[in-house]
Design a protein around this ligand. Structure first.
Ligand code: SAM
Length: 280
C-alpha cells in the first residue's frame, strides 16, 4: 500500500514524547497471537518494524542497539560459551552474538515466531546467522523457559525484550532475574535493555535493585544513542555474578562493528553524573 506524504508516529505516554518517520509504503500488517506487527518503507530510515504501535527497529540505526546488547556483556566475560537470548525475535542480537568465536551455543527464546519469520522476509540482513549450527531458535514464553531450565546452563543471558508492558512486563522483575541467576554459571553476566536513561531512571534503578535482590553482585548501565526510540537515548543494564565488568577482552580478530569499540566500552564504565546520582 503506497502512502504519499504520510507519516508514522509513535506517541509514548511514559516519556511524554513522540517519534515520527515519513513513510513511502506499508509493506506488511499482521495481528499475531501476541502483537500487531507492521512493516513500513520509510523515506530516510530504510525499513521500520513496529509492534503494537511501538518502534522496534529501523534499517538505519538498529546496529547501535544490537551491538550494545551483545558486545559489552560478551567481552566482560572471560570465555562466553553458552548464551541465552530472551526475546530478540528480529535476530539482530543473535547475529552479533555469533560473531564471537568462543560462543558454542546460542539459544534464542522469543514468544512470537511470527516476529522471526517477518524479520526473515523484510530484514534478511539481520537473519544471516539464523542457520548457524550454533543457533537454536525456540518460540516460547521466556519466563517459562528460564523457570524450567536446569541450573548453571549459561555464561551470558541477554534480555532483548519489548517495553515492560504486557507479556514482557515480568521480564523486568526480581522473580525472573532470580531464575536467570540460578541458570547462570559462576562469573556469568546478564544484560537487559533498560529503556531511556533520560526519562526512565526510576525503571533503571528498580531493574538494578531487582537484579541485586536476585543475587547478582554487581550492576552497570551503558547508555547509547538510538534515535528511533523514545527520547532518542537508550540503555542496557548488566548484572554480574562474581563479575564486576572491569576486565574486558578486545574484540576477536576479524570481528567488525559499526558502533562498539573497546575504548568506548571502557569509557562507558564511567557513569554520567546524573545517572550515578539517580542510581545511588
Ligand atoms: N529492540 C526492541 C526494544 O528495545 O523494544 C526489542 C526488539 S525484540 C523484537 C522484542 C521481542 O520480545 C519481541 O519479538 C517479542 O515477541 C519478545 N517478547 C516479549 N515478551 C516476551 C516473553 N515473555 N518471552 C519471550 N519473548 C518475549
Amino acid at each position: 500500500m503506497t502512502l504519499d506524504n504520510s507519516w508514522f508516529s509513535e506517541p509514548y505516554d511514559v516519556t511524554g514524547s513522540a517519534f515520527s518517520l515519513k513513510i513511502k509504503a506499508k509493506l506488511h500488517d499482521e495481528q499475531t497471537p501476541f502483537q500487531h506487527i507492521e512493516i513500513y518503507e520509510t523515506e530516510s530510515y530504510g525499513r521500520l518494524m513496529v509492534f503494537d504501535g511501538c518502534v522496534m527497529l529501523t534499517t538505519l540505526d538498529n546496529f547501535i542497539y544490537h551491538e550494545m546488547m551483545s558486545h559489552p556483556a560478551l567481552l566482560s566475560h572471560p570465555e562466553p560459551c553458552d548464551v541465552l537470548i530472551i526475546g530478540g525475535g528480529d535476530c539482530g542480537t543473535l547475529r552479533e552474538v555469533l560473531k564471537h568465536d568462543s560462543v558454542q551455543r546460542c539459544v534464542q527464546v522469543d514468544i512470537d515466531e511470527r516476529v522471526t519469520r517477518v524479520s526473515e522476509d523484510y530484514f534478511p540482513e539481520l537473519c544471516d546467522s539464523n542457520n548457524d549450527a550454533r543457533a537454536e531458535l525456540l518460540f516460547d514464553d521466556g519466563i517459562q523457559y528460564v523457570a524450567d531450565c536446569a541450573d548453571a546452563q549459561f555464561d551470558v543471558i541477554i534480555i532483548d525484550s519489548t517495553d515492560p508492558v504486557g507479556q514482557a512486563a515480568r521480564l523486568f522483575g526480581t522473580e525472573f532475574y532470580t531464575d536467570c541467576q540460578r541458570i547462570t554459571r559462576d562469573g556469568g553476566i546478564l544484560v537487559a535493555q533498560s529503556e531511556s536513561p533520560l526519562k526512565q531512571l526510576d525503571l533503571i534503578k528498580s531493574m538494578s535493585n531487582n537484579m541485586r535482590s536476585a543475587g547478582y553482585s554487581s550492576t552497570h548501565t551503558f547508555e547509547f544513542p538510538q534515535s528511533c526510540y523514545p527520547t532518542g537515548w537508550w540503555s542496557c543494564t548488566l548484572a554480574g555474578k562474581e563479575n564486576n565488568f572491569e576486565n574486558i577482552r578486545p574484540l576477536d580478530n576479524g570481528v567488525t562493528t559499526k558502533y562498539y569499540t573497546t575504548e568506548s566500552h571502557l569509557g562507558g564504565l564511567v557513569l554520567r553524573p546524573f545517572i550515578q546520582d539517580a542510581l545511588k
